[in-house]
Design a protein around this ligand. Sequence first.
Ligand SMILES: Nc1ncnc2c1ncn2[C@@H]1O[C@H](COP(=O)(O)OP(=O)(O)O)[C@@H](O)[C@H]1O
Ligand SMILES: [Mg+2]
Length: 407
Amino acid sequence: MLINQLDETAMRDVRVACATLFSEELAYDDSFIENLSIETVEKAYWQKAKRCYHHLSPLSSRSEAQEALNDVRNSLETLTSFLRTDSQMVDEAPRIGKIIAIGGAKGGIGKSIIVANLSVLLASKGFRVTAVDLDLGGANLHLCLGNKVLLQNNINDFLRKRVDSLQDIAIKSEYGPYLIGGDSAQLGAANIDFGRKLKLLRAVENLNSDFIILDLGGDTSYNIIDFFLKADYGIVVTTRDSASYIGAYHFLKAAMYRRFNRLFGPESRFRMYKNHQLEQLIREMMNPADGGWPKSINDLLEKVRQEQPDHFPFMCEVVENFNSYLVVNKVPNRLLRTFDVNPIITRIQQVTRTWLAKEVTYLGSISFQPEVENSMIDLVPVVAKYPKGKMAEELGSIMSKLFEQEI
Ligand SMILES: Nc1ncnc2c1ncn2[C@@H]1O[C@H](COP(=O)(O)OP(=O)(O)O)[C@@H](O)[C@H]1O
Ligand SMILES: [Mg+2]
């Protein structure tokens, strides 16, 4: 396994899987991991699985054995998906692209329009771009990209193993970017298991593109939040209406809780990160006994400072390293020229500071343009129709701010 290609999270997933299938000692042995083959992993899986099946017979320990079996299966999926990716990398040497995820907790605020036009804009500058539709229930990115025909294949075909690689279902759209279409329900929290989500995350990451742009839809399920957390740049879209920007805080808060959960909670099956009391505390703050909203991250940090002081600095570090970006869409033209749009941004930033203990970075606004509505009728992305128009200019300035340079 090419471990120097793996980031910290990926490396942790690999070590967890190795600890489950082999031993804790081997999970820390880099040369062992480097020399792992699919055959060795499969052999270890069968040995462990057989032991679980054996324990499945006495009814008393059934659920425990079932849980162990799930762990073993997930570990197999994890390691084989990394090993397959490795062999793909050797064969096809895909470039590792930057992932930009576009999310927000509400429909109709322009996420898909932004993903489509941003993809067209970056493709027009010569980048290889793939737009991926991960919107649950509302997959329509293909329409925003001008694709009038029904998609032959979508992400579900990859998840159901009807196609071997995600790259195989990418189609080149008429306006430059590649498109991986969505279909929906399968991605729902209940339907996609850990191993398959991991497989999809890896596959998305290894798409052969300079930029991989994800349309996350308005969903805040963990499966979708995990894509937001994996992205190099996580952008939340809002409009000026309060339901939309309250949705934006909830999305970010859910993402931050998810990050804590993955580090300390049940999904972190790695002893060094696991902490029962802290896990309990995070759970209580996330699902308050009074049935209210999850507590703010500031409240969580304060509680950790009092009750788990050893973990306080690390928790603060996690919050500090949580970067997120904000784009305000559908701003009336007259407001863009005045400062009226600023109070909303100030308000959003204030709230993120208070709730999240970390301010979201404002990247810019996109004006309300009738051309956008027309683009959904004639199915030509605005940026393709007006390459020097307002949408291209506004998205260009948002990208410059994001990359802190002209691209
Ligand atoms: N900047 C804009 N100006 C005018 N209309 C817009 C703009 N952005 C989005 N829209 C309109 O809002 C509708 C919903 O956008 P869409 O991208 O599908 O939202 P989401 O993906 O968030 O559900 C689009 O059909 C489009 O008509
Ligand atoms: Mg959408």
